[in-house]
Design a protein around this ligand. Sequence first.
Ligand code: APR
Ligand code: PHB
Length: 391
Amino acid sequence: MRTTVGIIGAGPAGLLLARLLRGAGIDSVVLESRDRAHVEHRQRAGILEQGTVDVLRAAGAGERMDREGLRHDGIELRFARRRHRVDFPGLTGGRSVMVYAQTEVCRDLIALRTKEGGPLLFEAEALAVEGADTDAPRVRFRHAGREDVLECSYVAGCDGFWGVARKAVPASLSRVFERTYPYAWLGILADVAPSHDELVYARHDRGFALLSMRSPSVSRLYLQVPAGTEAGEWSDEDVWGELERRFETTDGWRLERGPITQKSVTPMRSYVHEPMRYGRLFLAGDAAHIVPPTGAKGLNLAVGDVVTLARALAHEKETGSPELLDAYSETCLRRVWQAERFSYDMTTLLHRAPDATAFDDRLQLARLERIASSRAAGTDLAEAYTGFPVG
Ligand code: APR
Ligand code: PHB
């Protein structure tokens, strides 16, 4: 099998890249190790930056998002039993975000790709990327019980944190920057209308809590729990009780309960692999970097990477110049590190470390007070949350 761009992974990075390349007249093959149902049902984050929304629309993949997505003009920070709203358009000159689940973005992109007959192989597991430093890189993969080779001009490693693409970068050239956190998120989906019309990020002495949503009738909620916690350790009753405590306010706000339909634990990690390019292999999305979910940046970073890559490949096709491909890693990493910084700041602003001292608690409250009382500090948060420009 032969193609111009071999794409490993059908998460948002791989699927959107295939779509953008198609628009630029560049053919690709997408290899995905899992089956379609798995990809279309796994629960992930749900906040799209303004720039991500614009990219999906321009790629012709925004129709259902515009119908079913919920535009959000702010978030609430909750601390010391008080509430502070961060007004995005007011602080950023009109920017907002969209609540539309990553799962739905993937479904829409898969439906388009399938309808248009673009090669997208499920249950096709990449085994290795070979010859990345030559003019003819290859992806060895296993599909339908037999091994095959995808001959490419370029390979895009969009295979997430646990993928194989990153391993093709020689250890002598790789640099990894990493931090793990001593806590995780216990996430639930519940069949109940969200108790607030915007997301609520709560700092509490017992730990962080987040109220999010998937639709006007489905809530998505998270609780900070110790790293290593299993979802089964928490009964539904315990989850609701703890959420109520952490969201409690002085003004009588109430958290509505409903049947919990899903419960899982997400670990928290910051991770960057440099460089994001080796020869004709380009890493994009979680394959190259991970952020803790507090800043809602994971999906948006993946989108930024593949927009940069598609642009660079189109430029090379049109002009013969590899200059944008050569700049790919550096261009992406500037944005990646800003997202790493913001995600780290949001995480340490709102979570309570197991060894936190009274001094740390006071400092967190002072940081939150500063955001609530200074337009400059509020703007800093709003600009980062609604997104940094791509490129
Ligand atoms: N061969 C083929 N496919 C693979 C392989 C492999 N060896 N290894 C992993 N994959 C697939 C996974 O099954 C998954 O579908 O690659 C895909 C990677 O998708 P994501 O993990 O969703 O990563 P990405 O597209 O970069 O999107 C980043 O996803 O994890 C969230 O928070 C993160 O929102 C961010 C987004
Ligand atoms: C989600 O809805 O899943 C979500 C929202 C905001 C975050 C993280 C996750 O910061």
